[in-house]
Design a protein around this ligand. Structure first.
Ligand code: GLC
Length: 564
């Protein structure tokens, strides 16, 4: 049965990290006018929805994920007038806008927190999680970005600890307090009334946590998540949020879903539950991580059968109800082609375009991160001075203080650091890739000089960028690529990812060679057809005249339409 059809299932999302997109003032920081300048380019990609990372007023301890004022634009990015102009420019081009909703925590410079920490009887006291010191030291909680990895920060003024699962300047809001929830809903109405089309909800399962704070007997940070997130009230809050706000607009929500498992998936996104519309699970992002580590990759990368399994299992979860989201990278992870493909000169183009083919032929809403369309790669900084991210810098300090192996740490960050994804967008081959006329806030990846730039690829028929546009057009043309049933063929094959997508009489066969070698594939008897018509390939087809036998070049992708 075909699922209900809506624009946010059919849409292709393009994520913009405004700080690194385009700087128009020369201060080295991307801004809203920079995005306005590039709207024609964005529309030309064939994408439909833009997700903007946070653009709200913030002291930028965690690049905007620490919000000081939810209704104000970050001064470095521009003004509310710029925002209004950006939104109307988007609407004029048929583009929709999804904003980032960061409400598990705010900045310690937010008025609410300033009030809250002022005295124990302040009306805002209960907006945050406090632990009075007379109760003793609070049970250990691990924090993502804290120098001591401690989520409880002692605050002298009221002799109490406050909870911050992220940086010390990101105190967790107390969703148990109905006033907090009302503040969030009012703020969401404010943006919806301006015309935004949805929200990407930062670490949303964290809004309900175990606030009885039992001692945790967990060794690894990721084991803590059960206590930190998906607490007893998570569904109640999400349902309330939907009811009070989102349901009143033609809008959608996508949650960032650390800790949400396949078994729980439909509890969040089943249409009947009226909570959220989709979420980003973390199974793929953890696939090639070192055991017990959050920010480190394992040696040897990933194997194709396990990669397929993640996608196949998650597809099955949403086959009858709910809807999935598809992504290979974002601002928190290394670059798509460097992580899942091969960014050496020989394989870079084919692997970048193969991965585009993959996301655009799977079921679920595809999310591309800025620069994926031109195959941007990991920057692999070698010097700690190159990094700006609190996550890398604080972990470096922690390793140093403990006398750990700094060289190994730096080496690991080359593959794992978030800033691999955050270097400036590469527009052309002039200095700083045309991102800024000043000094960029973070160094540009030097491969803009050797073909990884928009200008270089724009008019080349066989460029990564041109291929991306052809692929987005294909997805638009064939509803089967959006809604069609997915079937994985030969899940155990270690080189080729093969699947079909079927919607009534429309059927596609996708063959992707995830390897550096030429690979052979024989279709099993279960896939029958009379005629196959090539729809697209990122390379010349070697020979597919033999029925059901295929030979693919390294990182070659081929999509066929099948006729009975
Ligand atoms: C999410 C964001 C990340 C941020 C963190 C804390 O994971 O994507 O960038 O640092 O939440 O807000």
């Amino acid at each position: 049965m075909m699922q209900t059809q809506t624009w946010w299932k059919e849409g292709i999302v393009y994520q913009i990290y405004p700080r690194s997109y385009r700087d128009t003032t020369g201060n080295g920081i991307g801004d809203l006018r920079g995005i306005i300048e590039k709207l024609d380019y964005i529309a030309s990609l064939g994408v439909d929805i833009i997700w903007l990372n946070p653009i709200y007023d913030s002291p930028n301890d965690d690049n905007g994920y620490d919000i000081r004022d939810y209704r104000k634009i970050m001064a470095e990015f521009g003004t509310m007038d710029d925002f209004d102009e950006l939104l109307s420019g988007m609407k004029a081009r048929g583009l929709r806008l999804v904003m980032d909703l960061v409400v598990n925590h705010c900045s310690d410079e937010h008025e609410w927190f300033k009030e809250s920490r002022a005295s124990r009887d302040n009306p805002y006291r209960d907006y945050f999680h406090w632990w009075p010191a007379e109760k003793g030291t609070p049970p250990k909680r691990w924090s993502y970005f804290d120098l001591e990895e401690n989520a409880w920060q002692y605050d002298k003024q009221t002799d109490a600890y406050y909870l911050h699962y992220f940086a010390v300047k990101q105190p967790d809001l107390k969703w148990e307090n109905p006033k907090v929830r009302q503040e969030v809903y009012d703020m969401m109405h404010f943006w919806f009334q301006k015309g935004v089309d949805g929200f990407r909800m930062d670490v949303i399962p964290f809004i309900s946590k175990d606030i009885t704070y039992p001692e945790i007997d967990a060794k690894e940070p990721h084991e803590y998540i059960a206590y930190y997130a998906n607490g007893p009230k998570v569904h109640e809050y999400l349902n309330e949020l939907n009811n009070e706000v989102v349901s009143k607009y033609d809008a959608f929500t996508v949650g960032e879903g650390p800790g949400i498992s396949i078994d729980d998936a439909l509890d969040f996104v089943h249409e009947d539950r009226k909570e959220i519309d989709m979420f980003f699970h973390f199974d793929l992002m953890s696939l090639d991580r070192a055991p017990g580590e959050v920010f480190k990759m394992r040696d040897g990368g990933y194997s194709l059968p396990e990669f397929k399994k993640v996608f196949t299992d998650w597809d099955a979860a949403f086959a009858k109800a709910g809807w999935g989201s598809l992504f290979l990278a974002n601002h928190d992870f290394p670059r798509t082609v460097s992580r899942w493909g091969n960014d050496t000169p020989e394989h870079w183009r084919n692997s970048a375009t193969l991965l585009q083919t993959f996301l655009l032929t799977m079921r679920g809403t595809p999310y591309f991160y800025q620069g994926d369309e031109i195959g941007m790669t990991n920057v692999r900084f070698t010097d700690i001075e190159d990094y700006r991210d609190i996550n890398t810098i604080n972990r470096y300090e922690t390793v140093k203080k403990r006398g750990g192996d700094l060289e190994a740490f730096m080496d690991s960050e080359q593959h794992a650091a978030r800033e691999n994804a955050r270097t400036p967008m590469q527009w052309d081959n002039t200095e700083n890739a045309g991102f800024t006329s000043g000094t960029p806030w973070i160094n540009v990846n030097s491969d803009y000089k050797t073909g990884v730039s928009v200008k270089d690829q724009l008019n080349k028929k066989d460029s990564t960028l041109s291929y991306f546009k052809q692929m987005t057009a294909l997805r638009k043309k064939y509803p089967a690529l959006v809604y069609g049933a997915y079937k994985c063929i030969k899940a155990e094959d270690e080189q080729i990812y093969c699947y079909t997508r079927t919607l009534e009489s429309e059927r596609f066969l996708v063959l992707l060679n995830f390897s550096e070698d030429t690979a052979h594939f024989s279709l099993p008897l279960s896939v029958s057809y009379n005629r196959k018509i090539k729809v697209i390939s990122n390379d010349k087809i070697i020979d597919d005249r033999t029925f059901k036998e295929f030979t693919l070049r390294p990182w070659q992708a081929i999509v066929y339409r099948l006729e009975n």
